[in-house]
Design a protein around this ligand. Structure first.
Ligand SMILES: [Zn+2]
Ligand SMILES: [Zn+2]
Length: 303
């Protein structure tokens, strides 16, 4: 059954899986931070005067084009879906995390921020050096009045092995083929708006020691991690102590953005959502292009 239809069924049966923070509904735009899910591991975080984008991938070519042809970003769709961005953060340089980022940066003037491999991709697509910001992680980077910080991480295994491992050490062909885009350094991002802290885990593994001590409010969490690593959810909650978790990377990313997505085989969404609840957090299962609203400062919304 298509995922969207499944989700409607799930909503009727299990409303607690779809908690939205109703307590924020009285707050105006200046007092809220919104998080929009773009599919795959893509998100737009928007607060007063600031728009950050993580791992944008809305072009989503079909399976034949993905496997057999160079991957061409859909410029018009990127413009229509993400009209503005101040900074674009990349968790790792696989195609489903980075393909649309250089185009988005060119259209908006945003900086592309990520590993050395990410920067090589920006160069390949023709971005000027002034829009490229490399980081090895463990440093605070100012983004307007917000702060972003990459934490070194690990790529998860898919069917027992890490796909397209290694670094991109020179600008790859552009448009690239899937295999040209190796993952490079993997970074888990912490976005601190000054009132709300958001973590982004875009692959199926992480390093406990890097996450330890990073108390956050919201985690955008790769759903396939449960299959790849024991105690995936439990460890995230223990280390980051979030209140809300938004699952991502549960769809096959092979369907057009505005069509019903397919669920990646083996992703057990009900199992994941129950595990989040059991760990004491509120799951926010968000459809493609769905928006979650949070208080810009937690004290604005004591609920
Ligand atoms: Zn990957
Ligand atoms: Zn991925």
């Amino acid at each position: 059954m298509a995922l969207w239809k499944r989700m409607i069924g799930l909503r009727q049966a299990n409303p607690e899986w779809f908690c939205s923070h109703e307590g924020c509904n009285h707050l105006g735009a200046a007092d809220t931070v919104s998080i929009t899910y773009l599919g795959t591991a893509g998100f737009v975080i928007k607060g007063a005067g600031r728009t950050l984008v993580l791992d944008p991938y809305v072009s989503r070519p079909g399976v034949v084009d993905t496997l057999a042809r160079p991957l061409v970003p859909d410029t018009a769709l990127i413009r229509a879906t993400i009209p503005e961005a101040d900074d674009v953060l990349i968790g790792h340089a696989h195609y489903d995390h980075i393909l649309d980022a250089p185009d988005l940066c060119r259209q908006t003037g945003a900086r592309l921020i990520g590993s050395d491999s990410t920067i090589q991709v920006g160069r390949a697509a023709g971005l000027p050096e002034s829009q490229l910001r490399a980081t090895a992680g463990r440093e605070d980077i100012a983004s307007g009045s917000w702060t972003v910080r990459g934490l070194p991480s690990r790529h998860g295994r898919v069917f027992g092995r890490i796909p397209f491992p290694g670094d991109i050490t020179a600008p790859p062909p552009w448009p690239p083929r899937m295999a040209d885009l190796r993952h490079g350094l993997v970074l888990n991002w912490i976005v601190d708006t000054g009132g709300l802290r958001i973590a982004h885990i875009d692959s199926a593994d992480f390093i406990n020691e890097e996450l330890a001590g990073q108390q956050v409010d919201v985690v955008c969490l790769c759903a396939i991690g449960r299959q790849a690593r024991p105690d995936f959810v439990k460890d995230v909650v223990r280390l980051l102590k979030p209140r809300w978790i938004i699952p991502c990377h549960w769809d096959t990313m092979l369907t057009p953005l505005h069509e019903e997505p397919d669920l990646i085989p083996g992703v057990d969404l009900p199992g994941l959502l129950n595990e989040i609840l059991a760990a004491g957090c509120e799951p926010l299962l968000t459809p493609m292009l769905g928006v979650q609203r949070f208080p810009a400062r937690l004290e604005l919304c004591p609920l």
